[in-house]
Ligand binder design. Sequence first.
Ligand code: SF4
Ligand code: ZN
Length: 312
Amino acid sequence: MAATLCTCCKRKEAFYFRQYSGERLCRKCFAASIEAKVRATITRHHMLRFDDHLAVAVSGGKDSLAILYILAKLRKHRPKTTLTAVTVDEGIKGYRDEALDIATKLCKKLEVPHHIVSFKELYGFSLDEIVAKAREKGQTELTACAYCGVMRRRAINVGARQVKADKVATGHTLDDEAQTVLMNILRGDIARLAKEKPVTSEVHPLFVQKIKPFCEIPEKESALYAYVKKIDFQDTPCPYASEALRNDIRGMLNRMEEKHAGTKFTVARAIEKLRPAIEENLKKEDFKTCKECGEPSALERCKTCEMLHQIR
Ligand code: SF4
Ligand code: ZN
């Protein structure tokens, strides 16, 4: 049987069928299409100025390493854009150490400076210690991910400021975006629905603006890109992974995508159209400065300080 040819170059054998567009792509055209999509997303959302110093939040997983790889490539056509990878070491024994190693190796290969911020350094405790302390005190209402989510967001922002970045890019994919939209709807968290967008609003001078250049790339394609480009990444799951609601939504969205190709795009695009109306109806959040740590906070005491108080 004759091999199916790539819809794009019409010369090489196709290795991937893109269900939502009907294209069959060879390795080269597939990788080029991902890079072109990232460039288009950056332009469409005005994510970068020509001379931005961009911090890239790199965890060691496929998405963050793939976006680092693409941004490093993009740098060749934008000589004034500079990059620094920022990795948060939460202090998860046997897990984060491996990811750090992988991230360091790719940064070296791509000649991107690598900055590491650790929970231990910033908060005095590693995540393992925080979880043990919370258990000791009988505090079971918050999961490891609840502590980690709040503190890691803070750590990325601090790390980006430490390297004097103008913006920080994350590896959030289309899947992450669509899952977050549904999670916020199911939790009734309308404010977050408005806040989680491809480019965050500038709400406080100490917040480094976040951009998500991968927000239109399905997770499956980010993994495939890493595979095609032979990017080594960590694929063992975090021992604390427990976001039950997100896991349920992930399963549901994947099943819907199988049956109705393009569902994830539809969810993400629908919220993009709705967001301006939601923002208009929301009271503008007034960001203050936490009276304990001096970081931006919606309340007198920020969530991170609140959590640290509970475990101390
Ligand atoms: Fe942190 Fe939870 Fe992610 Fe592990 S799974 S890195 S604890 S947010
Ligand atoms: Zn604080």
